[in-house]
Write a protein that binds this ligand. Structure first.
Ligand SMILES: *Cc1c(COP(=O)(O)O)cnc(C)c1O
Length: 448
């Protein structure tokens, strides 16, 4: 199994290399040269299986040669030890809640698997892998939780001290162990600049760094699993569901499209964005214009004006898009339009949807899931699909103010978020100054 760069200027690599380096040298994203297809009996065999079992069946096709079957099965049980509720909203519609992981965000699904794949590689190669990540809030905590207590890995998270919520900070700083957190007196961009300089610094070349960022193929592949899981739980033979996916950086939806190519019995994908509407416009016209700076919406994890996974989607349709968003070869737009329906949802519609979903169905949505649900409503207004599955990407308790304002209720936090305020926090604070950060890293005595 080899992975090529979407910019087509780097040599293809195996999964091990793609996981370790993340992004290709030509700044492209890795994609599989060939997409393995699960046979119909294999897909029917997933019916009624547990989440770890479905994860095993799907990840097995990608990880041949990297992990043995026994190793992978163990990893799947370790990663997915929390529920994946499929909530029936009405006879034809379900909500898949991907919010019961350790940080109550769907990012847990991919981050946990990637951490264990990297653990496996590092164990074989020896030494220590240092994951260096800058975060504006949520990604950092999902990644930090995923790598927490994973042998062979040290994690350094930088966050802008004045720009993350108390709860977001507590999610990162109460871990301890192999997770080091630094509150930087600066902005998110300063944190990111520090990380980038450290990666490029010849004085730190002895340290084995990885960024574990969202464009790593290891973050994408495990997200295909929940699409198969939903079909296996809900779809009768012959029924092809429509999936509604709230999208920002387009990792979630790309994983869904990948699953579809692997044989997922889906009918269509509803791709929902907030007011950052560059994708719906692109799908309608074939012209791509990023939005700079991105628009600030209440579904803040989707405030992306130039989705970094878009080159992968374009590649799936035979085109080439570079990391800047320039289209070097046009994709098959007609096929894209047949497969996807894409809509931009305003903040006002998002809020109205949170209210109406609660009034009509007693379902509590948070802003990201509400964007997906709103787009599904509009899609279904034309013709109600036989079966539709909307994805909820975060837990409503992560947005208590918004939910309280709109619904007058205080959503109960899931176990993962409960009691955080009573745990001791450990973090260092420092200036947005590279020399300070470099000294800090040199004092850590990473095993090389
Ligand atoms: C990251 C995130 C998204 C966007 O997912 P993409 O894969 O980047 O499209 C949506 N909702 C929540 C809660 C997120 O954290």
């Amino acid at each position: 199994m080899r992975f090529y760069s979407t910019n087509l200027e780097s040599v293809p690599v195996d999964l091990r290399t793609a996981l370790l380096i993340g992004q290709a040298a030509d700044k492209g994203l890795y994609m599989p040269e060939r997409i393995p297809v699960l046979s119909n009996p294999e897909i029917e065999g997933l019916k009624g299986k547990s989440y770890p079992e479905v994860a095993f069946a799907v990840m097995r096709v990608w990880t041949h040669g990297l992990l043995t079957a026994d190793e992978l099965l163990k990893v799947c049980y370790e990663c997915y030890d929390y529920p994946v509720p499929l909530e029936r909203v009405n006879a034809r519609r379900y909500l898949m809640r991907l919010d019961r992981g350790p940080t109550a965000s769907f990012k847990d699904f991919a981050a946990r698997m990637m951490a264990r794949l990297l653990r496996h590689i590092i164990k074989e190669e020896g030494g220590e892998l240092v994951i260096l990540t800058a975060t504006s809030g949520d990604t950092g905590s999902a990644v930090a939780h995923a790598f927490h207590n994973v042998e062979g890995i040290r994690m350094v998270v930088l966050f802008p001290i004045a720009e993350v919520s108390v709860r977001q900070r507590q999610q990162m700083t109460t871990l301890g162990g192999n997770v080091t957190t630094i509150g930087v007196e600066g902005k998110f961009d300063d944190c990111q600049a520090l990380v980038k300089r450290a990666f490029a610094d010849p004085d730190l070349r002895h340290i084995r760094f990885s960024s574990a960022n969202s464009i790593n193929i290891g973050r994408l592949l495990p997200q295909s699993v929940y699409y198969f899981y939903a079909c296996a739980q809900l779809a009768d033979p012959g029924v092809r569901p429509v999936f509604a996916v709230p999208s920002g950086n387009f990792g979630n939806m790309c994983a869904g499209m990948l699953a579809w190519r692997m044989g997922l019995p889906a009918a269509r994908f509803v791709i929902a964005t907030n007011e950052n509407d560059e994708f719906p416009r692109f799908l309608a016209s074939g012209r791509y214009e990023k939005i700079v700076p991105s628009r600030k919406c209440i579904s803040n994890a989707m405030n992306v004006g130039h989705p970094s996974n878009l080159p992968r989607l374009v590649a799936l349709y035979g085109g080439v898009m570079d990391e800047q968003g320039n289209i070097r070869k046009a994709p098959d737009l007609g096929a894209m339009q047949r497969d996807m329906f894409s809509l931009s949802i305003t903040d006002q519609e998002t809020r109205e949807t949170i209210v109406s979903a609660y009034q009509r169905h007693r379902t509590i949505l948070e802003p990201h899931g509400a964007v997906g649900w709103a787009a599904l409503e509009r899609f279904a207004a034309e013709k109600e699909p036989e079966l539709a599955i909307a994805i909820e990407t975060a837990h409503p308790a992560k947005f208590p103010e918004e939910i309280k304002n709109l619904l007058g209720i205080d959503p109960e936090p899931p176990p993962a978020l409960a009691g955080l305020e009573n745990k001791p926090e450990h973090y260092t604070t420092g200036p947005a100054d590279y020399n300070w950060f470099k000294d800090f890293l040199l004092q850590q005595r990473f095993q090389v």
